[in-house]
Design a protein. Sequence first.
Length: 257
Amino acid sequence: MTEASTFTKYKKGKLYPLNLSILVPDPLQPRKHIDDSDLEELKLSIQTHGLLSPIIFRIDQHNNLILVAGERRYRACQALGWTQIDGVFIDSPKHDEVALVDNVQREDLHAVDLAEALKSLKDKYNYTLEQIGHVIGKAEQTVSEIIKLTELSQEIRDDARTRKNLSRNALLKVARKSKKAQKKTYDMLVGALSKEGTKRSYVKHQAHEKVTTMADKAIKGIHELNLDNLGDNKEEVETKLRQLLAAIQDKLGTATG
């Protein structure tokens, strides 16, 4: 008898150790894109601190164990070579609502994924904007603005969900354009953000070059300094060097604090 062969062994709200090999990701989960770098960070976190939050699962009509929430945790544990993961069982016809709330509470669901999930809830359960707001803990106006993003073309939505630097407000400005104008406006937005990122990288590079050059010159000067040849000025120079050391230590403390 497999772990998924009986419904009665699981009780609602209880925590169970589950074999990763029998869990099935839900193709209808809210999150449509999982960033590789985010997944790597999560994997390292789980490796260091353990799994702090269990996944949530349900059983479908074929007795399959379906992931309701926690696919990133599931994938990270797979990548670490784990064979089991802790999961909480839910028995609710509105499991998609549970999945959405879990993602919203973690505050890392992309605006496009959130918009599509809210639109799905609205259409499936005939929810009003106010009812959706109660479900996810957001104002009715905010819900309306989020759902507005589903008016973006599929091409734009698929591209946008892979970009971390696109805010909901920026995408909302695109969504308010006509279908014909959306692509041009979106391309201009992406181009502007790309230039801004390049500029920031250049400024950081210039700052790095300036600091390292200054530090190299100071190190060389100190190595070439011979305190024995300073005579009466030796004490004054030693005081200045101690002040320099204190300033460096203070700066390093500020940078790492």
